[in-house]
Design a protein around this ligand. Structure first.
Ligand SMILES: Cc1cc2nc3c(=O)[nH]c(=O)nc-3n(C[C@H](O)[C@H](O)[C@H](O)COP(=O)(O)OP(=O)(O)OC[C@H]3O[C@@H](n4cnc5c(N)ncnc54)[C@H](O)[C@@H]3O)c2cc1C
Length: 408
């Protein structure tokens, strides 16, 4: 059985960000990712000021800025039965917003890690505690077992996304189905697309679609089908996803339909939207021994305020900082880290991380939940109540972008 110090399950945004944050503090970790390559599903993200602050701490912000245009504003359009009901324009964030390709982000994070940190093709099947040491053991699909060292600093961090093995081990309540499906993709324009540098979001009946220019020749877009049947057997390949998406936007402008029609087929990614209920984020037990979670495994949320990825980056910075504070490092640099901390100190560090994150995450998941419900609501009374609740709790709608996760 191989023994390792800090094991991170999942090499997505949260996993790579956490590993990189630890590395920048001189702490070695290993990331076990089930895919055979760094995954590119998910096309792109809008990253707001708080996400850029986290990327700055991770040392990859400037590199990512080179390939993404700043977005100056957000335009919201509401169309009902073919008639435009409302159009509003406002700031998209306090500070910086840019669209970033998922591929660019995971590569930037992965390339900044020391060689050998990311282990591909490692599918974790289960987690259990070692009977004698109480340290976690993860079971990998190929039968090889990787056990966090049965010595002092032994940590298992679940960053394994929306269907997390580690969050099941922690006994967290299952995530809930939003009853919606989202398609994400991007479209290349050989000549300048000529779109404004704005995030435009259009709601037309039961469909919400958004577009963010990434560069002058590339745009990221998404289509959310608000009420969508469970059955997905009709979606067998990329062409089926493209057909469904195009049919969903058939009442949008010609320019919008062209964008969807001319998409990069490989970039198309569809998933059912699920979320961890805000009350579960408020009360969830996010630690058992030295096992914890970050990213979607901890706080899966709908895309309605565009904060899932940025929140995952923040998690990585805060978790690394909390662990570093409690771990006293040896003198020989990161390859020879010696831990003199006790198991209790590690648990305290994780508790500190959870305490620091919980308030922030309850806020984000509540605002996302209420906003998602408002978008879906058809009854005027429900809409009114949700608007009032949002006004009371989140008077400043983009206040969530002001958050600074602090220095590493
Ligand atoms: C339509 C839509 C639009 C969005 N737009 C935005 C946006 O504009 N801005 C934003 O900030 N966020 C956005 N999000 C949210 C964002 O995509 C996620 O919050 C973010 O990707 C979470 O990162 P993660 O690392 O937690 O999970 P993931 O990126 O899903 O990574 C999980 C990783 O774990 C691996 N894994 C899973 N199970 C195992 C296992 N058993 N063993 C080993 N490895 C495993 C997976 O292969 C994967 O690589 C959007 C989401 C949707 C659905």
């Amino acid at each position: 059985m191989e023994e390792l110090d800090i094991v991170i399950v999942g090499g997505g945004i949260a996993g790579l960000a956490t590993s990189l944050a630890l590395h920048r503090k001189g702490i070695k970790s290993i990331v076990l990712e089930r895919a055979e390559s760094v995954r590119s599903e998910g096309a792109a993200f809008g990253i707001q000021t708080n996400g850029w602050l986290a990327l700055q701490q991770l040392g990859v912000a400037d590199k990512l800025r080179l390939n993404s245009l700043p977005i100056h504003q957000i335009r919201d359009v509401l169309i009902e039965k073919g008639i435009k009901q409302r159009e509003s324009v406002g700031p998209a964030s306090y500070g910086e917003v840019r669209g970033v390709l998922r591929n660019d982000l995971v590569r930037a994070l992965a390339h900044a890690l020391p060689l050998g940190t990311l282990r591909l093709g490692c599918h974790i099947l289960s987690v259990k505690l070692d009977e004698t040491t109480s340290f976690p053991i993860v079971h990998v699909k190929n039968g090889e077992a990787i056990k966090a060292k049965a010595r002092l600093a032994t940590v298992l961090i679940g960053c394994d996304g929306s269907n997390s093995v580690v969050s099941r081990f922690l006994g967290l309540n299952p995530t809930k189905d939003l009853g919606s499906r989202a398609v994400r993709g991007f479209t290349n324009y050989p000549d300048d697309h000529g779109f404004r540098q704005e995030f435009i979001r259009i709601k037309m009946d039961n469909v919400v679609s958004g577009r963010i220019p990434i560069t002058h020749k590339l745009v990221f877009w998404f289509v959310v089908l608000l009420n969508c049947p469970q059955d997905s057997s009709f979606l067998r390949n990329q062409a089926d996803i493209a057909r469904l998406t195009l049919a969903s936007v058939h009442e949008f402008s010609e320019e919008w339909k062209e964008m969807v029609k001319n998409c990069d087929m490989d970039s198309l990614y569809i998933n059912r939207l699920r979320y961890r209920a805000p009350w579960d984020v408020l009360s969830g037990k996010f630690r058992c021994g030295t096992v914890t979670v970050a990213g979607d495994s901890m706080h899966l949320m709908g895309p309605f305020i565009g904060q899932g990825c940025s929140a995952a980056l923040e998690d990585g910075v805060v978790l690394a900082r909390c662990l570093w504070r409690k771990l006293s490092l040896g003198q020989d640099g990161m390859n020879n880290v010696s831990y003199s901390s006790s198991r209790m100190q590690i648990e305290e560090a994780i508790d500190e991380y959870i305490r620091e994150r919980r308030g922030r995450l309850v806020g984000l998941s509540t605002q996302t939940y209420l906003t998602g419900n408002l978008i879906k609501a058809s009854s005027p009374v429900t809409k009114f109540l949700l608007v009032v609740l949002l006004m009371i709790l989140f008077r400043d709608q983009i206040g969530h972008t002001r958050y600074d996760c602090g220095r590493l």
